[in-house]
Ligand binder design. Structure first.
Ligand SMILES: [Zn+2]
Length: 113
């Protein structure tokens, strides 16, 4: 895909996402729990978009989405934000991640440089 194509797809996606018939989780906290170790991750939707049900854990296990809540976790829990990267950031992602973003997907803020 050329840079112009990516930019066009990105702009189309941004222009239509508010009206898109997808789940709007903004303001919602999600808990992901590993099925192998005790690791967990709390995330918060900052933008409207698609998030994965499973994430890879450092231990090689799968972190599954197990809970959703509007209530913030205790302050000692680190919250990872789901965000829509800018066009420039999207350009620098791997092809599979870029396709995920162009299809309305979100990425964890701490995975962006
Ligand atoms: Zn694990």
């Amino acid at each position: 895909m050329s840079k112009d194509n990516i930019a066009q797809q990105y702009n189309n996606m941004v222009a239509s996402i508010e009206d898109a018939k997808i789940y709007d989780g903004r303001g919602e906290y999600n808990l992901y729990e590993c099925n192998k170790c005790n690791n967990y991750k709390v995330t918060l939707y900052k933008d409207k978009g698609v998030t994965p049900f499973i994430m890879r854990c450092k231990c090689g296990g799968d972190m599954m989405h197990t809970k959703s809540s509007k209530q913030a976790p205790p302050s000692y829990v680190k919250v990872h934000n789901w965000v829509r990267p800018s066009l420039e950031q999207t350009m620098s992602l791997s092809e599979s991640m870029r396709n995920h973003i162009l299809n309305g997907g979100l990425i964890l803020e701490d995975e962006l440089k």
